[in-house]
Write a protein that binds this ligand. Sequence first.
Ligand code: P6P
Length: 358
Amino acid sequence: MESSAESKGLLDVDLGDFKTLEQFIIEQEDRFPHSTGAFSRLLRDISLAAKIVNRDMRRAGLIDIYGDTGETNVQGEVQKKMDALAHREFVLALRRGGECCLIGSEEHAEAIPLSTSSAGDGKYIVLLDPLDGSSNIDVNVSVGTIFSIYRLPDGYDKEKPEPDAALQPGTQQVAAGYVVYGSSTMLVYTTGSGVDGFTLDPSIGEFLLSHPQIQTPNRGGIFSVNSGYYHAFDEGLRAYLDWLQEYDPETNRPVKTRYIGSFVSDFHRNLLKGGIYMYPATKSSPEGKLRLMYEANPMAFIVEQAGGRATDGQQRVMEKVPHKLHQRTPLFIGSPDMVQRAEAFLHGDDERVASVSD
Ligand code: P6P
């Protein structure tokens, strides 16, 4: 008697149980009767660029795209060749697709208006960190792409592009996502109806639904921070880190630390397993390091949709009113109970510290 697995052909098992990203997007589109398909095409354009970056990333050691371009980007950081390549691939895909009118990228000083011919009916703005964690590329540690999607403000005149149209609070995002180029390549995104994860099957070049409706645990056993800066942190944060590392088996402490210097990878692991990622203000970086518009906001949208929490220590990240495309923000993001406890320590609120249940 054949088992059910034996009775299924390899093809059935491989594809019959999986849904491609394109099939998923079309199903989601059907839920919005007035949808025109424009947003679906925009997501398709982003996923195409992600596949191209993934292809080049996997060959980086074989073709000359490791190393630096010799330029510094708008952040004054050494630009890696893969940074420039990823930026170019996403801009090309969005320009070709015609659904996006304005791109804000970490790799470009100003938001980039796409010419009206290619952006005829386009009504979206895409903010992008084309390749976050790129200092890890040359040593083969996983990196990622982060994207955030907004609608053009009403009355936006494509003949007179206005870069500041990109400066909308995170609560106005219509979608957000990331690609993690790790042991496998995953695309994870939300449009406000939960968070879904797709794993690239390189043998067919398709992202397949592998992590439907991700929910992050209320608390976890991991904290991610660059402990090397401990003495530059505020007193409240140092107290929180000390608390996490105390020996108390009843409250599952000490908590493990995992920090690989690649936000997308640290975030993705904590999203699935539970944990908190922190990049706080320090004396040398009073606004923190991560950028509000294309790192903190998109990941905040995702984590909140997965039941998590994201704050700058004082307020909900997505409610911050942006003033500059590349502005930075302190960030505490992940399992809700852990972020709440971190906030209590940061505020020196002993009662709240005692009350949080994590
Ligand atoms: P540090 C990468 O440059 C990045 O923006 C994040 O991906 C990462 O978590 C962080 O900076 C690492 O910064 O100061 O700890 O080396």
